[in-house]
Design a protein around this ligand. Structure first.
Ligand code: TXA
Ligand code: MG
Length: 318
């Protein structure tokens, strides 16, 4: 029997047995398990080769369910949920004891998100437990944006992949910490900072770059394809070997067009974001010696795109 398809009841059955299932979301595909079952959650860490200090996001069918899993949910969380749930926003909130320590990596807080994908929402509604799900890639590699990406890299680890087509947003969720004190953004992602700040009603502090595992997953070296990436603007002399070019919308006139990948000829940042990870995978398949990347505009989703590219570039540095 095929290991992938659109059979929500088969996915639910596997999850009830404590197995892992690949799930589609609007951001990236997740590697899901029953969030209330430590043994099932342990399988996620094993499959991804993920360090246990890196906590997981818990996915809910509806934001109202947050009361079961979190304490001291501030009014701001409900306000933001009304605007952005379901959607690419993760809330860090104080957790209740029902969330296993393995999910939160020993922290007193947990990440909560309502994914905006009809198949996964249907799946979550069918289950009587929430789903812990990191991005469904081996630790440190580029996140998957199709069911095929999940099967290629984690096919042996999953009982099933629910195929919801290519992800529409293509970047991981934006993470906001509402666990106390001033709200802070811990990860730039599929919801733009501008949209989030407009809803919060004030500028937000952004604390994303840290190789300190307290803000796990925010490791400087992350999201790395195999091919070394260099910033185009930092290259003064071309390196030896075959070179591919990853660009926003316009080709370089002096370079063979067949080695230039434009993420959005129409100059749309959301379109570029949705194609970023799949294109990085494709560039790996092309077996270039180097990929030269253009810096994106520092606005809207361009901020999150530059964040991922920066980490990918830095992954190659000693
Ligand atoms: O879009 C997404 O968020 C995707 C889809 C599948 O929902 N998930 C995802 O999960 O990107 P993951 O595990 O690859 O990244 C989640 C990041 C972690 O690396 C960690 O930095 C942060 O969320 N995180 C989770 N719980 C946290 C907590 N309690 N405190 C601080 N950061 C937390
Ligand atoms: Mg990830």
């Amino acid at each position: 029997m095929e290991k992938w398809g659109t059979d929500v009841s088969r996915a639910a059955e596997a999850l009830r047995k404590g197995q892992l299932v690949g799930i589609p979301t609007e951001t990236v595909y997740g590697l899901a398990a029953n969030a209330l079952d430590s043994l099932a959650v342990a399988r996620i860490f094993e499959a991804k080769n993920r360090p246990a200090f890196d906590p997981l996001i818990v996915h809910l069918a509806r934001f109202e369910q947050v009361e079961r899993y979190c304490r001291q949910v501030p009014p701001l969380a409900y306000r933001l949920a009304e605007v952005f749930c379901p959607g690419p926003l993760t809330f860090i909130l104080p957790k209740k004891a029902i969330i296993p320590d393995l999910v939160s990596a020993g922290h007193s807080t947990v990440g909560i998100r309502v994914p905006n994908h009809p198949l996964s929402l249907q799946l979550l509604e069918a289950l009587d437990f929430p789903l812990a799900a990191p991005s469904a890639n081996p630790f440190g590699y580029v996140s998957p944006t199709t069911a095929q990406h999940v099967l290629q890299q984690l096919g042996d680890a999953v009982a099933y992949v629910l195929d919801g087509g290519p992800c529409s947003v293509g970047l991981e969720s934006t993470i906001i910490d509402l666990s106390g004190g001033e709200p802070k953004v811990l990860r730039l992602g599929g919801l733009s900072l501008e949209a989030l700040e407009a809803a919060v009603g004030q500028p937000l502090s952004v604390q994303t770059s840290s190789s300190n595992p307290r803000a796990p997953g925010m490791l400087v070296k992350h999201y790395a394809p195999r091919t070394p990436l260099l910033w185009q603007h930092e290259v003064t002399e071309l390196p030896a070997g075959r070179i591919g070019y990853l660009r926003f919308s316009s080709p370089l006139p002096q370079v063979d067009p067949q080695h230039q990948w434009l993420l959005s000829p129409a100059n749309s940042l959301p379109e570029a974001a949705s194609k970023l990870f799949a294109t990085l995978r494709l560039l790996d398949e092309m077996r270039y010696d180097w990929v030269l990347v253009e810096k994106f505009p520092e606005t809207g989703l361009g901020l999150a795109i530059n964040d991922r590219l920066t980490r990918a570039v830095q992954s190659r540095l000693p």
